[in-house]
Write a protein that binds this ligand. Structure first.
Ligand SMILES: Cc1cc2nc3c(=O)[nH]c(=O)nc-3n(C[C@H](O)[C@H](O)[C@H](O)COP(=O)(O)O)c2cc1C
Length: 165
């Protein structure tokens, strides 16, 4: 039985954090002790028995906080069960089929015992930071493409794996 789980994330505009919170809520409902926090604020993964890492996708890469987190803690992560998620695609791409991890995330997965990776739809709304975000919004491609039913189902799979371990 795994007791304590870290759910951590790299986000610019907050939507990946909301996915992480939804994942954490499901794990808590199954009796796990869960800490959820930004990847940049984690000093050590030693207190955790399992780790979920999520990153918003920017220009084909995970958010830099998620990338730095896995680099900095790779030895400890290699000794624990780890799950990854990415959040990004705007539009119907995710609904049309599984989207594989971007190349850098796949490379990291090859080195760690990552149980599973999933790509969730992203979210880009008025007020998002950056010139590029403004351009995407003006082109009409913004919106919220997160499927919280799918997110909760994925999290339930993690809860089942950990509570039956
Ligand atoms: C400048 C910019 C670049 C982006 N690049 C990608 C990308 O390469 N792949 C992708 O799937 N989504 C991309 N997106 C969409 C974001 O990943 C999506 O908005 C995500 O939900 C953002 O997460 P956050 O709110 O946690 O920062 C991009 C968005 C912006 C504003």
């Amino acid at each position: 039985m795994t007791d304590t789980v870290l759910v951590t994330y790299g986000t610019t505009n907050g939507s990946t954090a909301e996915i992480a919170e939804a994942v954490a809520d499901i794990l808590r409902k199954d009796g796990l002790t869960v800490e959820s926090c930004p990847a940049g604020s984690v000093r050590s993964v030693a207190p955790y028995d399992a780790v979920v890492v999520g990153g918003g996708l920017y220009a084909g890469r995970w958010h830099k906080d998620a990338r730095r987190f896995v680099r900095r803690h790779r030895d400890a992560l290699a000794r624990r069960p780890v799950w990854f998620f990415s959040s990004g695609p705007l539009g119907d791409a995710v609904a049309e089929g599984d989207i594989p991890p971007v190349r850098g995330v796949q490379r990291t997965m090859n080195r760690l015992d990552v149980r599973e990776h999933v790509t969730f739809g992203g979210c880009l709304k008025e007020g998002a930071k950056g010139r590029m975000a403004g351009m995407i919004l003006r082109s009409g491609k913004g919106g919220d493409f997160r499927d919280f039913g799918a997110i909760e189902a994925w999290a339930q799979g993690i809860a089942d794996a950990l509570t039956h371990a």
